[in-house]
Design a protein around this ligand. Structure first.
Ligand SMILES: Cc1cc2nc3c(=O)[nH]c(=O)nc-3n(C[C@H](O)[C@H](O)[C@H](O)COP(=O)(O)OP(=O)(O)OC[C@H]3O[C@@H](n4cnc5c(N)ncnc54)[C@H](O)[C@@H]3O)c2cc1C
Length: 368
């Protein structure tokens, strides 16, 4: 028998690590303080519709190793996500592409070159790009910025985009073509049966034991000492009892509603950038599984951003990076004692699901 490993968190990071370490012969205990598996990817069937508890989760990756690894635990159905943005009574496509500017400005742009020419007349000449607002204004100009990005970002992050880190721009690409897909990755799919079923399968291994409703901070020291390695995927600042300060997160309130009509809206996700609308987007879950049995009703979720609550999105600000650096330095030292930090909360990094799996695969390789 190899080492005993305690994994804190049964999300995609914890499940990947558990599976890979168990395969290498380690005996693994996975705990989670929630009453369910799969972390923020958790979904469940409600009245015949698969509903994500923590917001829509769309899998996309260019990483072949991750894609191959996840094939073992589910059949995957191709799903190419599209997003619409509601501006007054009009719906326009996102990311900004040729269709978006044609819809917004009543143009007949046909080529990437024409789009570049149009945007070059809109774009503001900003020499040094210091913020998300700078990036957007210097690429698309004031009109598109105000209509599509300002209100959404303001609501999502609770601060003016002029104070948001430019790193967020990687999530807001501008496309000089007609590609309406939200992601362009080689692999875009959803696991048949949902992410909870996928994670359950990952953890279904004779060397893995899972205990839910178990908070790491309520375990006794002697219980933890029994393990040769601890992998912690909870919030890194909490592990150190916030001694360098709290890391800021944005949270969300999800308001779910069953509606007695076949469909509520004409797309899976519609964004609402208008500041007078308190939510940022509406998700209609039926669209994620066109093969599901038709129902006469539908289920939607409205997302209301907030600062307190479950930690979802690390806030990309310099102050948080400074605090994080202190925690990461301590975390590095703890590796000598067999304690490792991983995942979205453990590294305070907004990871997509595939990045969470990649990180876990690398860590498993390193410590197995
Ligand atoms: C609203 C939203 C939408 C998203 N949409 C997408 C998307 O479309 N595509 C995509 O690729 N990614 C998406 N993501 C990101 C995706 O959720 C993450 O990549 C993934 O969940 C990371 O997994 P994780 O295991 O690192 O973290 P988590 O899923 O957060 O899991 C961590 C687990 O640790 C547990 N835990 C924490 N503290 C303790 C403790 N003290 N004791 C015991 N257990 C503890 C938590 O309960 C949790 O279950 C989205 C995230 C959010 C918030």
């Amino acid at each position: 028998m190899r080492n005993r490993v305690l994994i804190v968190g049964a999300g995609l990071t914890g499940a990947t690590l558990a599976n890979l370490l168990a395969e290498k012969g380690h005996k693994v205990l996975v705990i989670d303080k929630r009453s369910h598996l799969a972390g923020n990817c958790y979904d469940q069937v409600r009245e015949q519709i698969l509903v994500s508890r923590y917001g829509a989760h769309l899998f996309h990756t260019n990483d072949q190793a991750v894609w191959k690894f996840l094939q073992k635990f589910a059949d995957w159905r191709t799903y190419e996500h599209q997003v619409l943005t509601r501006i007054n009574d009009q719906s326009v496509t996102l990311p900004v592409n040729i269709n978006t500017i044609n819809q917004l400005f009543g143009l007949k742009v046909k080529t990437g070159e024409e789009m570049r020419h149009f945007l070059s007349k809109q774009a503001l000449p900003i020499k040094k790009i210091n913020s998300l607002a700078d990036y957007l204004l210097s690429n698309v100009g004031q009109a598109i910025y105000q209509k599509i990005f300002y209100g959404y970002s303001r609501k999502q992050w609770g601060i003016d985009p002029a104070r948001l880190d430019v790193s967020l721009s990687s999530r807001l690409p501008i496309r000089y073509n007609f590609d309406n897909r939200y992601f362009t990755d080689n692999y875009q799919a959803l696991p048949v049966g949902g992410f909870s079923t996928l994670v359950k399968k990952m953890l279904d291994h004779p060397k893995i034991e899972v205990k839910l409703k178990k908070d790491f901070f309520k375990l006794t020291k002697s219980f933890i000492k029994d393990f040769d390695k601890v992998i912690y995927t909870g919030p890194i600042d909490q592990y150190f009892n916030y001694r360098h300060g709290r890391l800021e997160y944005r949270s969300l309130k999800f308001i779910f509603k069953k509606i007695e009509q076949e469909f509520f809206q004409n797309n899976a996700v519609i964004n609402y950038p208008d500041l007078s609308v308190p939510y940022t987007r509406i998700i209609e879950f039926k669209y994620f599984d066109p093969s599901a049995k038709p129902t006469k009703y539908t289920i939607i979720a409205k997302e209301y951003p907030k600062s307190k609550g479950e930690p979802y999105y690390p806030v990309p600000r310099a102050r948080n990076q400074r605090v994080l650096a202190k925690y990461l330095a301590e975390a590095k030292e703890l590796e000598k004692k067999g304690v490792y930090f991983a995942g979205r909360l453990g590294t305070y990094c907004y990871l997509n699901m595939d990045q969470a799996v990649t990180g876990a695969m690398k860590l498993a390789e390193r410590i197995a």
